[in-house]
Design a protein around this ligand. Structure first.
Ligand SMILES: [Fe+2]
Length: 293
């Protein structure tokens, strides 16, 4: 009689497989991807998460659910255990984004961004998944839309206190960006924040690194704005800041729905903006509005 595999040993097997995917030659990778697809339930505990990995769609297509546990401090995970109330509001927000034709984002700092939402692909994440073929991450409480090509225009002003999650740093000086048909065409600002952003973008040597990846906002009431000051950089992956309720989460980098692929990626949670969908405010000056049912 074969010994029954415990949940713990199954999870350990899957985790070993996940680590192995990154290290093995191509034929072995395809065997591992196939095994993960048949596992039914995959827990992704890798440092950056496999959600953007080229192998992930095949695993999902085979019917597996992928639960990403973001590389956060255990205290943060405990604080942001998802619940059904969050699921309800995230689902409602995702429905609103899918129905929207236009998103506008404005702020006292000077942001005035226009996004044509027609054909955008939207994802809502509340922290878990019970549906085969889907991926979720914990912590959740985020909605993101990937706009179609040539749909994002205007100016984006990252203010003091907004966050650059690639650098895990609160901005100390404003950065003013101009966007034309999705691409950052101008990036101005005094000091290290703007300088590092310019050099980091240029380092990819890839025009696509300058284009919009996704737009959306955070909705998790347990996520704390000041969290980056509480953890060493190695103890947080910044998902908490992406989920802070009322932020505008703007990102540059790959957007497969616009046909763009690149390795560069900035996630930039911005506070204090007003976001409107077809003229209806869903966030006003950084505060979630009572429109999510
Ligand atoms: Fe992102």
């Amino acid at each position: 009689m074969r010994p029954r595999r415990t949940l713990h040993s199954s999870l350990r097997l899957v985790l070993v497989l996940l680590v192995g995917v990154a290290l093995l030659p191509v034929p072995c990778v395809s065997i591992l991807v196939s095994a993960l697809g048949q596992a039914g339930f995959v827990v992704d505990c890798t440092i950056e998460g496999l959600m953007h990995a080229p192998e992930t769609p095949a695993i999902l297509k085979a019917g597996a659910r992928i639960q990403v546990i973001s590389n956060e401090h255990p205290e943060a995970l405990e604080r942001m255990v998802p619940d059904s109330a969050l699921e309800k509001s995230v689902r409602a927000a995702a429905r609103m984004l899918r129905a929207a034709k236009r998103m506008t984002v404005t702020s006292a700092a000077g942001t005035n961004l226009d996004v044509d939402m027609v054909g955008a692909s939207t994802v809502g994440v509340w922290g878990w998944t019970d549906k085969p073929g889907t991926l979720a991450h914990w912590p959740g409480g985020i909605v993101v839309s990937f706009p179609k090509s040539g749909t994002v225009n205007g100016s984006l002003v990252l203010d003091r206190g907004d966050i650059n999650l690639t650098f895990k740093r609160y901005l100390t000086t404003p950065i003013r960006m101009t966007l034309k048909d999705d691409y950052v065409t101008d990036l101005e600002g005094e000091g290290a924040d703007a300088a590092m952003m310019r050099t980091y973008l240029a380092a990819w040597g890839d025009r696509e690194a300058y284009a919009v990846s996704h737009v959306g906002w955070g909705m998790n009431p347990g996520a704390r704005y000041e969290a980056l000051t509480m953890y060493d950089k190695n103890d947080t992956n910044g998902t908490e800041l992406r989920a802070v309720a009322g932020n505008f989460l703007f990102s540059t980098g790959a957007n497969e729905f616009a046909g763009r692929f690149t390795s560069g990626h900035f996630d930039l949670p911005m506070m204090g903006t007003t976001i409107e969908l077809d003229g209806v405010a869903v966030i006003r000056e950084g505060v979630l509005q009572d429109v999510f049912g």
